[in-house]
Design a protein around this ligand. Structure first.
Ligand SMILES: *Cc1c(COP(=O)(O)O)cnc(C)c1O
Length: 462
């Protein structure tokens, strides 16, 4: 640990004295951090609002006939890209047993792992921004109005039009997958700048679809920078900026409207007496930030959103805690940003997202990579649902709240204990359905191995 290194003019030791939790963070121990600024600001000061989210939802609806036409798997939902919300009672029991801890309330899984087209939460933000850009271009050239049936976009005329334009993005994998597949389908030229940790099968799949994949021997932030550079030299190239994009963010935020409809349909109440807890894996912040923003607009103080980050990549935690946002990286604190969790291997958080959520977010917890595999194995056994490792990051949310001192303090500070039996806990499963079978088996076996090795109690028995 480079103890003599300074961050924003203070030594790491000084930072640790000011924020004692940093000692555990830099030692790569799992932590739960609760946000001291929670609720202290009003949403009125933000640069985006409810109207923007509604507008995004309307745009998704306009594109639905097109999506239904070009992606067969969206036909049954009439071109609306949405994922199931399912109860996971067996996993709930597994967690109670493993941690010897009653976990009141009901546990659900939001299966963005099974979103059509790209099998991850990135299908929300990434696809949305491609559609928004396509629509902007067509409006500008008077080729389309909001009154048209957008399924006409699946014709040679429009594909030829889009082929004059290009799209670029930097990604650890899943964003590239969403943007690459969508852009290529519409006819755009598309380049995805992949960071070194991006999985080979994701690169192969994109190349198969005609996407140009550029591999960088560097991490996510650098891949984004390269994408940005490429776009700057070409006026017809549009760069999708995962670190700063309001459009991506709004694409994610629409998830909240959809979730509310699903909860209503399932008869789940969220109000003063029925708190909602949501646990979201966080990389650069756009996905979980957008969902949090949307949920806060709908449920206000009745929803409690927590992010989950790998112990090796706690970028949003550092950004919010130090209030330095994108001016701090995990590497500044001597943390290596090496994790198997695709999409979460991000060393520097988004300032835009950090500023929006700094008073909306309840807290952040970190999770060890090995634990991701153990949970992956347990979920597969108990519920027969297969996720990629990053998608398990939120799974310990309810355990962290009920089983740790900091969690219990949060519950009591918000007078939640007496209502905990009525609580709804949603783990946001952010990816997995496109993982090739043999790779998923590898994950499962790794989880099996680690569970038997680490703790005999982790064996699930039905
Ligand atoms: C990208 C991603 C996330 C996090 O989203 P960010 O917008 O980067 O914070 C979580 N899980 C998976 C599987 C992802 O691909």
């Amino acid at each position: 640990m480079p103890m003599n290194q300074t961050v924003a003019g203070k030594s790491i030791l000084q930072w640790q004295l000011e924020y004692p939790i940093l000692q555990d963070v830099v030692s790569l121990k799992e932590v739960l951090w609760t946000n001291a600024k929670y609720k202290s600001l009003s949403m009125d000061t933000l640069t985006i609002d409810e109207k923007d989210v509604r507008d995004a939802e309307e745009r998704w609806k306009r594109f639905a006939p097109y999506l239904a036409k070009v992606f067969e798997e969206t036909q049954s939902m009439n071109g609306i890209i949405e994922s199931p919300l399912v109860p996971i009672p067996h996993m709930h029991r597994y967690l109670e047993k493993k941690y010897q801890q009653a976990l009141p309330g009901k546990l659900w899984l939001k299966c963005d792992s099974h979103l059509p087209i790209s099998g991850s939460i990135k299908a929300r933000g990434g696809i949305y921004e491609v559609l928004k850009h396509a629509e902007d271009l067509l409006f500008k050239h008077n080729l389309l109005t909001t009154q048209d049936d957008y399924s006409i976009l699946d014709t040679k005329k429009f594909k030829d039009f889009f082929s004059q334009y290009s799209i670029a993005v930097g990604s650890t994998g899943n964003l590239g997958l969403s943007i690459g597949v969508m852009s290529a389908k519409m006819g755009f030229k598309v380049t995805v700048h992949m960071s070194e940790d991006a999985k080979q099968w994701k690169k192969d799949l994109l190349r198969e679809k005609g996407v140009t994949v550029i591999e960088h021997r560097s991490d996510y932030s650098k891949a984004v920078e390269e994408g940005r550079k490429q776009a700057e030299t070409d006026p017809d190239c549009y760069f999708i900026d995962d670190e700063n994009s309001k459009h991506l963010f709004l694409g994610y935020a629409v998830a909240a409207i959809r979730l509310k409809n699903q909860l209503d349909a399932a008869g789940v109440i969220v109000d003063e007496d029925h708190p909602l807890f949501v646990y979201l894996p966080c990389g650069v912040g756009g996905g979980p930030g957008g969902v949090t923003f949307g949920l806060k607009l709908i449920y206000r103080e009745h929803v409690h959103c927590f992010f989950a980050e790998p112990t090796h990549s706690p970028c949003m935690l550092l950004g919010l805690l130090t209030e330095l946002h994108d001016q701090v990286s995990v590497q500044d604190f001597g943390i290596d940003n090496k994790t198997d969790a695709d999409g979460l291997a991000v060393g520097r958080p988004s300032r835009f997202v950090g500023k929006v959520i700094e008073s909306l977010l309840s807290g952040i917890f970190t999770i060890d990579d090995e634990e991701l595999y153990i949970l992956l194995h347990a979920l597969s056994n108990s519920e027969n649902i297969d996720l990629e490792p990053s998608a398990l990051a939120g799974m310990l949310g309810t355990v962290k709240l009920h089983h740790t001192r900091v969690g219990k303090e949060y519950l009591s500070a918000n007078t939640l204990e007496e209502r905990s039996e009525n609580g709804t806990h949603i783990v946001w499963a952010t990816g997995g359905s496109l993982v090739p079978r043999e790779i998923m088996e590898g994950y499962y076996n790794k989880g099996l191995h680690l569970s038997t090795l680490k703790d005999s109690l982790t064996e699930y028995d039905s």
